[in-house]
Design a binder for this molecule. Structure first.
Ligand code: ADP
Ligand code: MG
Ligand code: MG
Length: 199
C-alpha cells in the first residue's frame, strides 16, 4: 500500500530529476520547439515541492491534486496544464483514501493519462508526452520498473515520428528525427515513481 509520504517522495524525486536534466530537456525543445521545456518544468516542480512542504496534505489524492494545481498555476507553457491535469485527475481518482494499492494507483494514473488526451487531443504516435505515458500505464501492471522501461522506450521511439500536436507540429516533416522533449520528461516522471517505490 502507498501513503501520502510515498506520493510526496514521487514528487520530490521528479523535482530532483527535472532539475538535473533541465538543460537536456531544453536542448531537446530547441530544434522542434522554443527551448523552454527544462526551465518550465524546473520552475513548476520546484514550486510543487515547496507547496507540498508547506501544506503537507495527508492523503495520496491530496498530494497529487495540490501538485497538479501548482503546476497549472506556475507553468505557462503547454506542459503545465497537461502535467497539471495528469496529476490532478490522477489525484481525484485516488479520492480521500489514506493509502492506495498498486492496482488503484495504476487505474488512477490511466484516468489521468486519459484526461491529458482529452485536454490536448493527442493520441499515441503524435510525438508527445502521451507516447511515454500510455506505454507506462500499460506496463504498470507488471511493476514500476517495467513502467519505467516502457516510458523510456516510448520516449526514444518518438524520434522518427512527425509531430501532430503542440509547437513541434508547426514544423511538419522537419520535426522528424528529433526526440520529443515532453515524452522525455514523462519518462523522468515515471522513473521517479519507480525510484520512490525503491525499484
Ligand atoms: P511549449 O510548447 O508551450 O513551450 P513545453 O515546451 O513546456 O511547452 O512542452 C512541450 C511538450 O509538451 C511537447 O514536447 C509535447 O510532449 C507536449 N505537448 C504539447 N502539446 C501537447 C498536446 N496537445 N498533447 C500532449 N502533449 C503535448
Ligand atoms: Mg517549449
Ligand atoms: Mg514555451
Amino acid at each position: 500500500m502507498f501513503d501520502a509520504d510515498f506520493f510526496r517522495r514521487w514528487m520530490t524525486a521528479t523535482a530532483t530529476s527535472v532539475d538535473r536534466e533541465a538543460e537536456r530537456l531544453t536542448a531537446l525543445d530547441s530544434p522542434i520547439g522554443d527551448a523552454d521545456h527544462g526551465s518550465n518544468l524546473r520552475r513548476g516542480f520546484t514550486a510543487v515541492t515547496a507547496t507540498l512542504e508547506k501544506e503537507a496534505p495527508d492523503t495520496p489524492g491530496g498530494v497529487l491534486t495540490l501538485a497538479g494545481r501548482q503546476l497549472i498555476s506556475t507553468v505557462g507553457g503547454a506542459s503545465g496544464p497537461l502535467y497539471g491535469t495528469l496529476l490532478r485527475r490522477t489525484g481525484k481518482a485516488l479520492g480521500d483514501a489514506s493509502e492506495v494499492s498498486a492496482e488503484q494507483l495504476a487505474e488512477a494514473l490511466r484516468a489521468g493519462v486519459e484526461a491529458v488526451m482529452t485536454l490536448g487531443g493527442a493520441a499515441p504516435g503524435d510525438k508527445t508526452m502521451i507516447d511515454a505515458l500510455v506505454p507506462a500505464v500499460d506496463a504498470l501492471g507488471s511493476g514500476f520498473a517495467a513502467a519505467r522501461t516502457a516510458a523510456e522506450e516510448g520516449a526514444l521511439a518518438t524520434t522518427p515520428l512527425q509531430a501532430r500536436k503542440g509547437r513541434a507540429s508547426y514544423l511538419g516533416e522537419r520535426s522528424i528525427g528529433h526526440q520529443d522533449p515532453g515524452a522525455t520528461s514523462a519518462a523522468l516522471l515515471i522513473a521517479a515513481l519507480a525510484e520512490a517505490a525503491g525499484e
